[in-house]
Design a protein around this ligand. Sequence first.
Ligand SMILES: O=P(O)(O)OC[C@H]1O[C@H](OP(=O)(O)OP(=O)(O)O)[C@H](O)[C@@H]1O
Ligand SMILES: Nc1nc2[nH]cnc2c(=O)[nH]1
Length: 185
Amino acid sequence: MTLDDIKQQTDLLIGESHIDQAIQALAQRLNQFYSNEKFAGKSITAYCVMNGGLYFTGQLMRNLTFPLSLKYLHASRYGDETQGAELNWRVRPSPAELQGKDILLIDDIFDEGLTLEAIYQECTEHKPNSINSVVLVDKQHLRKPKSGFTPNFIGLEVEDRYIFGCGMDYKGLWRNLPAIYAFKR
Ligand SMILES: O=P(O)(O)OC[C@H]1O[C@H](OP(=O)(O)OP(=O)(O)O)[C@H](O)[C@@H]1O
Ligand SMILES: Nc1nc2[nH]cnc2c(=O)[nH]1
């Protein structure tokens, strides 16, 4: 499939400039949040949730103004499919990198929320000083975690369709697109 095919067969749900603006607005909110005196003299440990979080992490971090240590973890439950299944941990954060630290989890999408909730729980077990999460998009539906878990910072809302671009894949491809698309119904 070519880029022309993508343009003909998909709906553009969120354009590049809209996404860039949302990322800058999120960065401002995070800069404000971490300027609180309780974080004075501390660095923030940002965990990019691979693979989908990579694009957003890169775009976000260039606008962050606090001292940041970048790490990654990888938990996946979609693979190349459009429906989520059981969570598969590929790279866990090490306990020593979490204990007493101020953690920021960065992911592309909060869909059914099981991935980010499981990552949050895993990290919490190792006693960080603080843990917050930020996602680029929150998909709008009622299939969210029963616990009520939700990210602390959300960039944009997106309708309930399988989307790709901005780090999110379609069958393993097209994470590189700077806008968000869904195939026409
Ligand atoms: O809210 P949920 O329904 O749990 O889904 C959200 C997760 O799904 C995607 O990851 P995926 O499992 O596709 O792994 P990948 O990032 O390696 O492609 C995405 O990057 C989120 O981490
Ligand atoms: N690419 C992609 N990954 C997801 N993971 C959870 N929801 C989605 C989605 O809509 N698109």
